[in-house]
Design a protein around this ligand. Structure first.
Ligand code: SAM
Ligand code: SF4
Length: 345
């Protein structure tokens, strides 16, 4: 069943924007776009030390192709975009691309997820473009542990970027993957940042998207254990209201300025309200993080598909969405083993 609701947007020259729902009645209004598979860090849970086999540049979507896809998606009711990667800021001319994307009618919010190593010089431009928020991935602020996790010695630059973003007034969230034996002590250390800083710190369950595959019979640090660690240390926390379609549940530690949250990315408790799709750096559409790519959009683009044909292909894919990440994973012909840097998280 595809429900397409048409409503008028109250603007000077009214445009009709359709809102599309999937076969489970969930609206699709959020796209995550990986603008590159390249990265300047080597986080061990994301890729092997030697990196992944980067695809030749011509296999990555061009900015023109991405812009066109975003316009088509906006015309289908997608209002929110997250730019991710790989590391978005290793791709040349990202700011110019963002400037153009910010003009696409219907796209109301642009967010970016970055590791923060190269981001600092671009903060004023991001502010000017009106970026809605930045997510910084920081698993630890301890230099040695940062080196162990990312295999690079960059924590100082990342920490400086964090403070610069706060100073700029662009809303900031910190994302930390919690990994047994690597950064458990950073759960409370990172949460401590929210005492005085107006930021959200969210702890993500590790997933097997590491470029080589993994099998977790039971995840050591699931969201419940992370929450227990927080309450053991800080005492009872106040549950904050969930934003619609949120993947995180958020709390305020009593007396603290910011918030802390957990993202059950492996436990997949939020699929029932999932409103997001993903476009990988190579131009595959994923209607679930755990699927293996359900549509080769780059192939369509490069074989002359018209906008109406692209729309129809998107709609067909939305009509066949898995009900949750477990179903999507069970339909794959191969085990989850790709690197998150191809997908964007
Ligand atoms: N390079 C940017 C960054 O690190 O913020 C953007 C891309 S990165 C793939 C997006 C997010 O995915 C990051 O927050 C990262 O921590 C998360 N991530 C990567 N591999 C993961 C894994 N195996 N399990 C859980 N989260 C992962
Ligand atoms: Fe790079 Fe982000 Fe993957 Fe780390 S998580 S290796 S920063 S893409």
């Amino acid at each position: 069943m595809l429900i397409s609701v048409i409503f008028d947007v109250p603007m000077a020259a009214p445009e009709q924007i359709s809102q599309v729902f999937d076969n489970h009645g969930r609206p699709i209004n959020y796209v995550r776009l990986a603008v590159t598979d390249r990265c300047n860090l080597r986080c061990f849970y994301c890729m092997p030390a030697e990196g992944i086999n980067y695809v030749p540049k011509k296999e990555l979507l061009s900015y023109e192709e991405m812009e066109r896809l975003l316009s088509v998606l906006a015309s289908l009711g997608v209002t929110k975009l997250r730019i991710t990667g790989g590391e978005p800021f290793v791709r040349q001319n990202l700011i110019e691309f963002l400037q153009r994307v910010s003009l696409i009618q219907g796209l109301e919010q642009i967010h970016i997820t970055t590791n923060g190593v190269l981001t600092m010089p671009f903060i004023p431009a991001l502010k000017k473009i009106g970026i809605s928020s930045l997510n910084l991935s920081i698993d630890t602020l301890d230099r040695e542990r940062f080196k162990q996790i990312t295999r690079r010695d960059e924590v100082q630059r990342v920490e400086a970027t964090m403070y610069k973003i706060i100073e700029s007034g662009i809303p900031l969230k910190i994302n930390a993957v919690v990994i047994e034996g690597k950064n458990e002590e950073d759960i409370t250390a990172l949460a401590e940042l929210t005492r005085d800083l107006p930021i959200g710190v969210r702890f993500i369950e590790e997933m097997p998207f590491n470029g080589k595959g993994a099998n977790y019979p039971k995840l050591k640090w699931n969201y419940q254990r992370i929450l227990s660690r927080l309450t053991e240390h800080f005492g009872p926390m106040t549950r904050l209201e969930d934003k619609p379609h949120a993947t995180s549940t958020n709390y305020r530690i009593n007396g603290f300025k910011g918030s802390v949250g957990v993202i059950p990315a492996f436990s997949r408790t939020f699929c029932g309200s999932c409103n997001r799709i993903r476009i990988t750096s190579q131009g595959l559409l994923k209607t679930c993080l755990y699927d293996h790519g359900v549509l080769d959009i780059k192939h369509l683009l490069r074989n002359g598909a018209s906008d109406p044909e692209l729309k129809e292909s998107f709609l067909r894919a939305f009509r066949n969405r898995a009900k949750d990440g477990f179903e999507a994973e069970s339909k794959r012909s191969t085990q989850v083993a790709e690197s998150m840097s191809e997908i964007g998280g």
